[in-house]
Design a protein around this ligand. Sequence first.
Ligand code: ACO
Length: 370
Amino acid sequence: MAPIAPSAPKLAAQTPAPGLDDVIAAETRLSHVDGQAGKLIIAGYHLQQLAHWRFEQVLELLWRDLAQPPLTAEEIGKALGKARVTAFSLMQPLLAGIRTLSPVEALRLLLSALPDDAAEPHHVLAVASVPVFTAAIVRQARGLAPVSPNASCSQAEDFLRMLGDANPDDDKVKALDTYLVTVSDHGLNASTFTARVIASTKAGMFSSVVGGLCALKGPLHGGAPGPVLDMLDDIGDETRIEPWLAAALDRGERLMGFGHRIYRVRDPRADVLKGAVSALKDGSGRIAFAGKVETAALHLLKERKPLRPLQTNVEFYTALVLEAVGFPRDSFTNVFAAGRMAGWTAHVLEQDQTGRLIRPQSCYVGTMPS
Ligand code: ACO
């Protein structure tokens, strides 16, 4: 029998796709973003249907059929509580080493210290760790000792407890739950793709999600609802709203919290978070003031950029929700990671099931050897 000739290497696509726009790189049942219609589907539900769910319930949806053993939302709540206690003790010896780091660098360091031989299910420990680490990082920056977790609380309630709010209002817990659910997954965004690439090498859950966090850290991704608050502070009072916004646009600046690469209509997450923040007490008038800034900004953007539909994005109301429940603005990226960890872990589990190494090709444009 004639030997089988080795197959010719497949040719790389001749035209690279910068940014991989429009390239479909994975099949997923976890979430779908429809930028034209302004819809976000998470594991079979419209985001709006999940707006009042607890984070644990959405984890149950995302991990269903992927994680072993399958757990109900209630069992997930218990497993997270136990894993928060584990994360707290793993963190203790490392706290001195994060003093000089920014909050997201500190989170990166603490997450990367999660051991590959941890006894807890790794997806559970990864999700449980972020609130524990984030709260401790905030408190350490304020010169305060970390508050130990209470395993019987929900993840959202315990997050606020560990931040220092001994008995958080139900409204605040609900708002944080809505936030964590709203950002839990969002298609093949840069951090999720990064996590899947690392998972495809079989490097393990913790390495994959640390990679996700590193991608999220960039200003083009998880960077900054913080600047939305800077903008509101800088505008200061109602009489300055229109002149401030008009002057910023005259200088060619972008208004923070508006526009999106994929959504051509309103980002559905903005409305869900607007609902969450509107249910909170607005003692300082911040939320009402922000609403006036939003209305004026949308009006001006329509006038100035008639060909480009620019709408409020998730960051505008993220800033307001996270400020209202008590997070300092330099911790916002870490709180984003606390929600997105749900999606990262589910994608890592899903990627594991494919068993396929992600290894695209490049198009060589260098000189050829003579
Ligand atoms: N304010 C004013 N003008 C804007 C804004 C904005 N927020 N966003 C886009 N534009 C204008 C641009 O100046 C450009 O105008 P031109 O054609 O006259 O030059 C036009 O709209 C298209 O801009 P692009 O850069 O092509 O839009 P893109 O879709 O790539 O940008 C982005 C998306 C980066 C989010 C942009 O809208 C932006 O910078 N927004 C402000 C920052 C922000 O809110 N970021 C958070 C986004 S949500 C998230 O990532 C989770």
